[in-house]
Structure formats: C-alpha cells, structure tokens
Design a protein around this ligand. Structure first.
Ligand SMILES: [Zn+2]
Length: 226
C-alpha cells in the first residue's frame, strides 16, 4: 500500500439528500463480458485464465480482474454494492470509501500514522488484528457524517485505528481448466495457486495494529495529540 495517489479529487454525488460513497455501484455501471481463454504468462510462465483481447489494465500482478464500465452518477446508486475497480483502487491507495480522497491526511498524522476503518456491526464486536476486510478506510469528516446519516451504520458499527492494511488476496469467481466458472464467490489468498484462475471482484486485505475507537472519541484523540 502506498500513499501515492492523484491530486484529482473524485466528483461527489448526492442521492435523496445523502452523499453517495465513492465506492458505491451505480445502476448505469455494468460488468463488461469478455471472452476467456487459458494462457501462459507472468514472470513464472504459469498457466492461468485471461481475456482473448486482454489489456494490461485487466490484470494486477498474476490476477485477472473483472471488466466494469465506470460512470459514477449514472442511474441510481446501490449503497450496498461496491464498484469492483473503485473498491480495488481505494484499497490499494488507502482512499476514503466515501469521498475518495487519500486517508494519508491530517487525521492519519494526528492518530500516529494510522487509518480509520469502520464496519457495520450491530453487536459492536471489535475489529481485531489479522481480520480480513474488503471495506476501504474512511476519513474523519466522512466517518462522522456517515455515523450520523448512513442508514446502515445507524444500526450499529465498530471502528478502529489501524496501523496498516496488508494485501491478502481477492474474492471472485474461480474457473477450472475447462473454463467452467464456479458459481460461488470465493476468497482466494495470494499464496493459493487459484489466484491465477480467479476473476477478481474485490481486493481483500488484513488489518494490523488495530485499536478500537468510538467515533465520539475521535475529537478527544485529537486533543490528546499523538
Ligand atoms: Zn472521506
């Protein structure tokens, strides 16, 4: 994970008075089907799946990614779904899932070089070290706004300051040698050979150095001066 990102800020959209998260999927954004093939490639010349008209952007390291049109603001947003490639981008660059800006920001420095992660959780179980997540971090202003206004978070959430998010793998559909797709979405670690046979739809990371925090305490944390 690097702090390098573009200075261009993503456009923000409103829906029924709520800000639509950067990672949310819009109804006008669709999967783009592409013909699959078995091929040999990569640094080690391993066999893997690919697209017959594959472009460099279709793959990250050994892993093939789903193709998706990107047109945020088109149609209606589905706040329960994430656009696969914006989710990946947010995880890779530690972008706020709501505003899409880098979370290597003032809050990050004030919290002792840590990112804020939140997950929906009516039972309020703490985020623990090594936990897998597909949910990108969130910046402080967006976290406070979301806790107040997001219908999902209002039913309960848990939050933690996290020292780092380690790339773990992806989730997606696994194909066999006959290019038959397993209908179940499966999580595959980078250490698993199936990482070359999955069409990825989510980036997964593990969270480390987790300290539970209440969003109500963020301001106090600020005054404590880390
Ligand atoms: Zn934000």
């Amino acid at each position: 994970m690097t702090g390098v990102t573009t200075t261009k800020q993503p456009r923000q959209f409103q829906w029924h008075g709520l800000r639509v998260p950067y990672v949310a999927l819009w109804s006008g954004e669709r999967e783009q089907m592409a013909p699959m093939a078995r091929m040999v490639g990569g640094e080690w010349g391993n066999e893997r799946i690919g697209y017959t008209d594959e472009l460099p952007a279709d793959r990250r390291q050994e892993t093939l990614w789903v193709r998706y049109s990107a047109s945020p603001g088109s149609g209606t947003p589905n706040l329960a779904l994430m656009h696969p490639l914006r989710q990946r981008r947010a995880m890779e660059h530690m972008l706020c899932q709501v505003c899409g800006r880098s979370t290597y920001d003032d809050g990050f420095r004030r919290w002792g070089d840590r990112h804020l992660f939140i997950r929906r959780d009516p039972e309020n179980l703490p985020i623990s070290d090594g936990e897998l997540t597909t949910t990108p971090p969130v910046c402080e202003p967006c976290a406070i706004e979301s806790a107040r206004s997001c219908p999902h978070l209002r039913r309960g959430y848990t939050a933690a300051l996290v020292e780092y998010a380690q790339p773990w793998g992806v989730s997606g559909f696994v194909y066999d040698a006959a290019l038959k797709r397993d209908p179940a979405v499966t999580s595959i670690p980078y250490t698993d050979h199936r990482i070359r046979w999955v069409q990825a739809r989510r980036d997964i990371a593990t969270l480390h150095g987790c300290t539970p925090i209440s969003l109500d305490d963020l301001a106090t944390y600020e005054s404590a001066g880390v």
